[in-house]
Design a protein around this ligand. Structure first.
Ligand code: GLY
Length: 408
């Protein structure tokens, strides 16, 4: 557990309060990282995030809802008790701030907000249980080892594996009987994002000793490795399978620019997912896959100088296309873990992205940006949804990455 020096924290809070009241927030971020004070630089970003999230927490506690993003009207989009794939990230942010500060206020708030969606552990209508429960109860269990958190994780993992089809070898991502997915002629769509749900399964096997969860995760990872990647290790977004034969029906996109393009967050989910698979299995093929995806991301010709990708690497109007900060934060968090397994060194890339994220281009001034930490993410351009906005998961993976960095 790490504590923020109390004097620094009080000074920060007082100065922020004054400046925010005067509508002239202070600048906490800086873009230059010198080698001597680099840990201080990352801690400063965490302290900044802590102050900003305190503002968010006050508002969230008032309405008793979980913030997701900012809507077109400029107001916070609150999650209204519906099953939402992003609902775990706000409690997850609070768990990370508890880990950083050791302040029980964050623990209590994380516990309260995650309990608001606990019943979703029984939901079997899509694949998002890993995103939701790993970021919330998964972090809570890692820090507190509470029995009831364990039960929630196991129930969620059992719900997730109901979607596994052994002919295909994968967990089905989306149902195709209603909504926009029903208009795509898919039968068994699997999206690259689904790699992020496997951590919950690996953990469930670790906790219970029951290999069934891990076996599903390994089958899903192997099938994805076989079918989801192009020769250059970029990833398709959606692979649709025949649920009877297990054959691939099509390779397409849902959130990217085109079927053949590289949707930025998809590449990020891919490198993160295979890094996690290596963490739990130590199977070299997953390490190799993660390294190759990382190479594709880091060496992509046409990537912006500051390392923050456009929402799709092949978006048609680059450089006049929105960036996706969420893709950047997921990627650096993954690369910080990959760096611990690989003989390759990812630090110059991650340091560059951290420096960009900490600049005023991407880090909001305290009290602005509806109290989200980072600006400029993209949910889904083809769905005309959440374009150039803050997103709770961009902030979550940023905090995860900062904590990974200061623990190194
Ligand atoms: N399905 C998660 C995402 O939009 O990246």
């Amino acid at each position: 557990m790490r504590r923020i020096p109390i004097i620094l924290f009080i000074v920060l809070i007082i100065s922020c309060k004054n400046k925010v009241n005067n509508s002239s927030p202070i600048e906490v971020a800086s873009v230059s990282i010198s080698t001597n004070d680099s840990n201080e630089f990352y801690k400063k970003q965490l302290e900044n995030a802590l102050v900003q999230t305190n503002f968010m927490l006050k508002v969230a506690e008032k309405v008793n809802k979980i913030p997701r993003t900012v809507s077109n009207d400029g107001e916070i989009h609150w999650i209204n008790n519906e099953f939402d794939w992003t609902e775990g990230f706000f409690p997850g942010i609070l768990w990370y701030l508890y880990e950083f500060s050791n302040d029980k206020k964050y623990l209590q708030a994380a516990d309260k907000f995650q309990r608001s969606f606990e019943e979703h552990k029984k939901f079997t209508e899509n694949h998002d249980l890993g995103f939701i429960f790993n970021s919330s109860y998964g972090n809570g269990f890692r820090l507190l080892e509470k029995e009831n958190y364990k039960e929630v994780l196991i129930t969620a993992a059992n719900s997730l594996i109901t979607r596994f089809n052994s002919e295909v070898g994968c967990i089905k991502s989306w149902n195709v009987d209603k909504g926009w997915q029903s208009k795509r002629n898919w039968q068994f769509p699997v999206i690259i994002d689904n790699m992020m749900n496997l951590e919950l399964l690996f953990k469930a096997s670790e906790i219970t000793g029951d290999e069934k969860f891990k076996n599903v995760a390994i089958s899903h990872a192997n099938t994805t490795l076989k079918n989801h990647f192009r020769d250059d290790f970029s990833s398709f977004h959606v692979v649709d399978y025949d649920p009877i034969t297990g054959n691939v029906r099509s390779k397409q996109t849902a959130q990217g620019y085109s079927d053949d393009s590289s949707w930025a967050r998809g590449q990020a989910w891919a490198v993160y997912g295979f890094t996690v698979c290596y963490r739990f299995t130590k199977d070299e093929k997953y390490l190799h896959q993660a390294e190759k995806i990382a190479d594709f991301i880091m060496n992509y010709n046409g990537f912006p100088e500051d390392g923050i990708p456009y929402w799709d690497y092949n978006a048609p109007n680059i450089p006049n296309e929105p960036r996706d900060v969420s893709a950047a934060t997921v990627t650096i968090s993954a690369l910080l873990e990959l760096d611990t397994f690989s003989s390759k060194d990812y630090s110059s890339y991650t340091d560059k992205v951290f420096a960009s994220l900490a600049s005023q281009n991407y880090t909001a001034k305290l009290g602005e940006n509806n109290n989200f930490i980072l600006k400029h993410s993209v949910g889904s351009i083809p769905h005309d949804n959440e374009i150039d906005v803050p997103l709770n998961y961009a902030d979550y993976y940023y905090l995860e990455a900062l904590l990974r960095k200061i623990k190194k």
